[in-house]
Design a protein around this ligand. Sequence first.
Ligand code: NAP
Length: 311
Amino acid sequence: MDDIRNVIIVGSGPAGLTAALYAARADLEPLQIEGREAGGQLMLTTEVENFPGFPDGIMGPALMADMRKQAERFGTELLTADADAVDLSARPFTVTVGSDVHRAHSVIISTGATARWLGLPNEQRLIGKGVSSCATCDGFFFRDRELVVVGGGDSAMEEATFLTKFASKVTIIHRRDELRASKIMQERAFKNDKIDFVWNAVVEDVLGDSVVEGVQLRDTSTGETWEHRTDGLFLAIGHDPTTGLFRGQVELDDEGYIIVDEPSTQTSVPGAFAAGDVVDHTYRQAVTAAGTGCRAAMDAERWLASEGLVA
Ligand code: NAP
């Protein structure tokens, strides 16, 4: 039975690495399956100015490298590979990576979520250079600039409204002539003098060599195309939680996010905990993810003790 871990953490964004830090400092000797593309969404960000403790800001990848080093310092074992399968139907739980099957008394799921992108030819190249999926993270860099927000849901209304704090003008591009957003969020956007709408239009490409200079739009009813000048393209077309591995294992909500027994991080399976954006529809911030990662490690530690699996 010695090869059974106390805890395996799947995922390595701020939630997973904070869970690892706390679990390691509690002597649980966690194994972290960090993924082939470790570090989560902050690896795609440039400067992070809203993570407390960094008054001059820090680059997203540097923050993640420091979190990783801190988790490792207290004995977290990191495995740079994707988990291929998870079995939470019997204890010990198993996490399969290639031909290796890792066993554990408890599991912390922190696989995050990914922002939806439009799949434009130049979109990925210009991420961090005017293309963003997070107004809260990047809005501040666009003082007195003109911006475009794509989407017609609550996120698009919220992000556009937030961006008017900085931008001189925000244009919402929506593919239909009717918004999906709740009435109250719509009203707020309609009342804002700095917000304009372009209806029945889709973005066909984002333009610019080193930074965003415009977008190519197409009218969905007439097929007409034109260029719209902008300094930034903010996408607000939804997020997808990374829960494919856990479908049928733990209870998910209609949108695929893991359901936890708030305020704890306990999933529908005792001994399996979840933290970060894989649970969170609402806040989706590095600092909120880190906070729930801490809670998940503490919940796992208490659960292991209650089961008599650790002292
Ligand atoms: P959402 O409600 O799914 O809206 C996504 C929007 O993006 C829709 O308007 C959709 O257009 C558009 N869209 C999707 N794919 C597109 C594509 N390929 N090209 C162009 N447009 C595309 O997502 P969300 O706004 O992120 O909201 C997710 C959930 O969080 C919702 O339940 C929402 O109420 C909640 N939320 C709440 C708040 C708040 O209350 N403060 C804030 C943010 C989010 P169609 O309308 O044509 O489908």
